[in-house]
Write a protein that binds this ligand. Structure first.
Ligand code: GPV
Length: 800
């Protein structure tokens, strides 16, 4: 059953392939080729080798009659694919050599690739890591998503304010996808429902086509490749000839434009509910197309729908594809003639659901008016599912339908055989809060699968200095068996080895400093501590807690400029949802504070603040290997897991963090002495909110906090508009829902412990190296194995 590792390629063979693609695929002569032409030619040469594994894997799956995993997600934040493919195929030397023979700079070619930004943040990036791990593990799987014409917006700053421009990644030819006009399905909306002679028929009033585009996702060593299948919307009747003939050209093009709207943009919200009709249409579009495709594949191999749960596992990445429950029931019952009860049981046995947040504003629900207008038959089925569930559970008081809404979390739970949270803490809180009653009715349904990250992208590829040292020390086995990083521990006792570890970090910091100078005209000292907070802007993530500490630290240094201060550069990056004005004001505040602090000659040698624009996967790959300190400072109970926290620890940054999400498990793995803990626990947070005037009390008790808030309120950072940030100060002094003020004093204390530890380079390096050695558990390979055994009952088709 083994699929052999594909044969290695030489630099010469690779060079010839690149030239062939440049000539016959791009139609360009080497003497005229631009960077983009070389990049595409190289991508095609790499892609050829991936396609070989891809076909072999597909054949193997059919031969074995194996169960397939289908991961349905509105987001796949895959980033660049060229380097990933080269690294996984272990063709780095050959590709570099081939390009150098052709007189082309390899790194310039790699960095020409646009980021595929088909996701907002952690949820979308997790889906991308999962696809790579599924391929590394040889588990037959498909990712299903939407091929957004415009991914997440491009961010720039004007006067410190976030500006948004459309992301146009598809303007250039996309090297990695294969268009599949033959895999195209009509997707209906609206219309009417009729029951005749016992069968119910839905006749939609509107129809668009979903057309497939496939991207192969290759695993480590090219031993397996799975498919990311993204749907693009096309008009059923692309062109209205009669309007055109009348001379009404705009009108003639309308059906096409309207249909395509569905796959036009990724909604730029992150953990906030987006209650737009178009969003619901997108969700149904993705889900209905995926189910059609899944059933077509199933039908080609089997003729008994009873076998569906044995051959098909469908994972819902949050509630966005939750309409899969009613849609699958509708197909099985209305179209395939199964009894309603059997259809429901079959669908439930296939489906499982991952919850990624407890924030109430992110729990999707749809007004029944909208839902019924767009999906009239599905509304009936939801009601029937709800009453069937109520009948089977007479003690039940909740409902999928309440206040004229359809509640997608409850629907997903009822229609799933397993429901999982993404960290131990989050899963526990799910049982106690949002799903308390459903958990009582179905005590075996909720399971935990703590998130993970792929070590191929997030260590091997993004941090060659460190991964080189690791491989030299313990061999290459860690790449797909990350817990073997533990074998580094004896070397950490060796001062010479520690120096090499420190040198790798220093080299990464120097590279980052050089890039910041070149790309952004910033001067930072690579010997200063690089203190990094990179993630979406959200009040619960508390970037404002971090900037308050920055202000207080600056004030302290200013009071004693000749003191013994530990030099620090605070680096921020992240996007705010365009409509989330408070978060956008936090960005502007950080930029304003940076401007004042960085202009202060008295403190400049000790302290700087930087906000890098347009955070994306590629920027994360640059920043994480160069970080000393990882800021994971969310209000306890609010961050479901976090995955950036894992990437930092793996790359040897120490964490300053709260007991939230996977921070808890990171601290357990790396050791409490190698983690800077501060802040209230989730329970303490709940209790603290009940204390009257909690924020005012915290401020009165901490003169540093008061002084920092006063500086903002007095307009020190916005002299041209002194009132600009008064509302932020008022929030943090009054309601302060996220308890920034109440956690400030302990955060300050922990941060000074960080300073003391950093001042002792030997100790710091030991702690950093222990973080690397003990983070192996956070591989997404471990996570996927957990899903395969506890949720999907799926198997690897790779042996040995
Ligand atoms: I719901 N998450 C996200 O990025 N977008 C969303 O819409 C939702 C959740 C994130 C959580 O906030 C993180 O804590 C978590 O690590 C990540 O999903 C992956 O599980």
């Amino acid at each position: 059953m083994n699929i052999a590792t594909p044969p290695r390629t030489t630099a010469d063979a690779f060079r010839d392939d690149i030239l062939r693609h440049l000539t016959y695929e791009i139609g360009t002569d080497p003497s005229h080729a631009q960077v983009q032409d070389w990049r595409l030619a190289l991508s095609f040469a790499v892609r050829d080798r991936i396609v070989d594994s891809w076909f072999a894997a597909t054949r193997k799956t059919y031969e074995a009659g194996a169960k397939r995993v289908y991961y349905l997600s509105m987001e796949f934040l895959i980033g660049r694919l060229l380097e990933d493919g080269i690294v996984n195929l272990r063709l780095l030397d050959e590709a570099r050599g081939a390009l150098s023979q052709l007189g082309v700079d390899f790194d310039t070619v790699l960095s020409d690739e646009p980021d595929a930004a088909l996701g907002n943040g952690g949820l979308g990036r997790l889906a991308a890591c999962f696809l790579e791990s599924l391929s590394t593990l040889g588990c037959p799987a498909y990712g299903y998503g939407i091929r957004y014409e415009h991914g997440l917006f491009r961010q720039s700053f004007e006067g410190g304010r976030q500006m948004e421009a459309p992301e146009t990644w598809l303007l250039q030819r996309h090297a990695w996808e294969f268009e599949r006009p033959e895999a195209s399905y009509p997707i209906g909306f609206g219309g009417s429902v009729e029951t005749k002679g016992g069968t119910t028929v839905w006749t939609p009033s509107e129809c668009v086509f979903a057309e497939a585009f496939d991207t192969p996702i290759v695993g480590w060593q090219g031993r397996w490749a799975n498919t990311l299948r993204l749907w693009s919307a096309k008009a059923a009747n692309p062109f209205d000839l009669s309007s055109f003939n009348r001379g009404a050209f705009a009108e003639a093009a309308q059906p096409e434009a309207l249909a395509r709207t569905i796959s036009r943009v990724l909604y730029p919200d992150d953990t906030t509910e987006q209650g737009k009709e178009l969003r619901l249409k997108q969700e149904f579009f993705l889900t209905a197309a995926a189910l059609r495709d899944i059933l077509r594949r199933f039908d080609s191999e089997h003729d008994d729908l009873g076998k569906l749960p044995a051959k098909v596992a469908i994972q819902l990445n949050d509630t966005h594809p939750a309409i899969a429950g009613p849609e699958l029931v509708r197909i099985l019952h209305d179209e395939r003639g199964m009894s309603f009860e059997d259809a429901m049981a079959t669908a439930t046995a296939c489906l499982s659901y991952t919850n990624h947040t407890l924030l109430p504003e992110a729990l999707e629900s749809w007004g029944e008016g909208l839902f019924g207008r767009l999906l009239p038959r599905h509304l009936q089925i939801v009601d029937r599912i709800d009453s069937a569930h109520a009948k089977a559970n007479p003690s039940r008081s909740l409902s999928v339908r309440a206040d004229h809404q359809v509640k997608m979390g409850e629907l997903s739970f009822v229609m799933a055989h397993k429901v999982n949270g993404v960290s131990a803490l989050h899963t526990g809180l799910m049982k106690e809060t949002v799903f308390e009653e459903l958990h009582r009715l179905h005590p075996d349904r909720i399971v935990n699968q703590t998130n993970g990250v792929t070590p191929r992208r997030w260590l091997l590829s993004c941090n060659p200095r460190l991964s080189g040292l690791i491989t030299e020390t313990i061999g290459e086995g860690w790449v797909d068996d990350l817990e073997r990083l533990k074998e580094l521990e004896p070397s950490i006792e060796d001062a010479g080895w520690r120096q090499r570890y420190a040198d790798a970090k220093r080299g990464n910091k120097a590279d980052l400093a050089a890039w910041m100078a070149e790309a952004h005209g910033l001067t930072v000292d690579p010997d200063a501590m690089f203190d990094v907070q990179i993630k979406r802007l959200h009040e619960y993530k508390r970037q404002h807690l971090n900037i308050l500490e920055a202000i207080a630290l600056w004030q302290e240094i200013k009071d004693a400029p000749s003191g013994n201060h530990v030099p620090r550069v605070k680096i921020f990056a992240g996007k705010a949802a365009p409509g989330y004005f408070f978060a956008k004001d936090i960005i502007r505040l950080i930029n304003d504070v940076a401007q004042v602090i960085n202009a202060d000659a008295a403190t400049r040698d000790f302290f700087q603040v930087v906000f890098l624009p347009n955070y994306n996967v590629t920027l994360a790959e640059r920043l994480i290997p160069a970080a000393d300190l990882s800021e994971q400072i969310s209000t306890a109970g609010k961050e479901a897991s976090g995955t950036g926290n894992m990437k930092f620890a793996l790359n040897g940054a120490l964490t300053i963090g709260t007991l939230d999400g996977a921070n808890v498990e990171i601290r357990e793995h790396v050791g409490a002495e190698n983690f800077f803990l501060f802040g209230m626990t989730a329970d303490e947070v709940v209790a603290r909110r009940k204390v009257e005037n909690h924020a005012a009390q915290a401020i009165a008790a901490d003169p540093r906090l008061k002084r920092a808030l006063d500086a903002i309120k007095d307009g020190l950072f916005s002299p041209d508009e002194p009132d600009r940030y008064v509302h932020i100060v008022e929030n943090l002094s009054g309601p302060d829902y996220f308890l920034v003020s109440s956690d400030f004093t302990d955060y300050w204390r922990a941060s000074r412990e960080v300073d003391a530890a950093y001042a002792d380079a030997e100790t710091w390096t030991r702690k950093a190296a222990l973080n690397t050695a003990r983070s192996g558990w956070f591989s997404s390979d471990r996570t996927i194995r957990g899903y395969m055994s506890d949720i999907w009952n799926a198997e690897s088709l790779l042996t040995g």
